[in-house]
Ligand binder design. Structure first.
Ligand SMILES: [Ca+2]
Ligand SMILES: [Ca+2]
Ligand SMILES: [Ca+2]
Length: 230
């Protein structure tokens, strides 16, 4: 391998070293009678779960609403009993309202921050009457909530109380060397009330794993360059 080839390899490989895998699951996997079985089906066994059944949030989680940008909430003001069958566990959910009411006012963007980066995050969504809301990871759009990006997405319009209104469960996995610092759902393309539940996450990523792996890669490549140039 000559130096030019190595440089090409570096330019191609390094940008693609960062990526996330998105996996989606149909609402038919919701199982109120056997949460461990549901978690196994969703690939989140052993994850830390925030079920929104009380007002405290699990450690490492803070929520930001676009109606109050920069304010990280580490608890919620009240629980929200859902009549819309949007729960993915228990009977309470998180709405896109900073007071956890059934809006308005609602926030167009709800961001879930992890003070210690994590490796994998799952979230159940419901009450999405409209298509093409965005899923963001670390501030970048990675998928839209529609049947193209998420084949398991089920659109339910004007379901009303008692209507089946879970839409999809989505899991985001960081590839090796990558860290998830936040996920967000952006509904600003078509504002509406939406609901979230069964937020799951795992992995206490060591500080700056991306930089560390990039550092290791750089050491390896510079060694390789020296070897080849010799
Ligand atoms: Ca719940
Ligand atoms: Ca809680
Ligand atoms: Ca809605």
């Amino acid at each position: 391998m000559n130096q030019r080839l190595l440089l090409i390899f570096l330019f191609i490989f390094v940008p693609f070293a960062s990526a996330f895998t998105i996996t989606d699951f149909s609402p038919s996997l919701y199982n109120p009678n056997d949460t461990p079985a549901m978690d196994a089906a969703l690939g989140i066994t052993g994850y830390t779960i925030e079920d929104f059944e009380d007002t405290t949030l699990v450690d490492n989680l803070a929520i930001e609403y676009s109606t109050s940008p920069g304010a990280l909430q580490t608890s919620i003001p009240q629980v929200h009993l859902t009549p819309f069958n949007t729960e993915w566990d228990g009977s309470h959910i998180l709405s896109n309202d900073i007071n956890n009411n059934y809006g308005p006012p609602t926030a167009n963007i709800v961001t879930f921050h992890f003070s210690q980066g994590v490796d994998s995050v799952g979230i159940g969504v419901g009450e999405f009457d409209r298509l093409n809301h965005s899923l963001l990871v670390n501030g970048v759009v990675v998928a839209l909530f529609n049947q193209t990006d998420m084949p398991g997405f089920e659109q339910v319009i004007n379901s009303g109380p008692g209507g089946f209104a879970r839409n999809v469960y989505v899991r985001i996995d960081a590839e090796q060397g990558e860290t998830i610092d936040s996920i967000a759902i952006d509904i600003s393309n078509s504002t509406e009330r939406v609901q979230f539940d069964h937020l799951a996450f795992t992995g206490n990523a060591v500080p700056e794993p991306s930089s560390l792996s990039l550092f290791a890669l750089t050491i390896f490549l510079s060694g390789l360059v020296r070897f080849c140039v010799r």
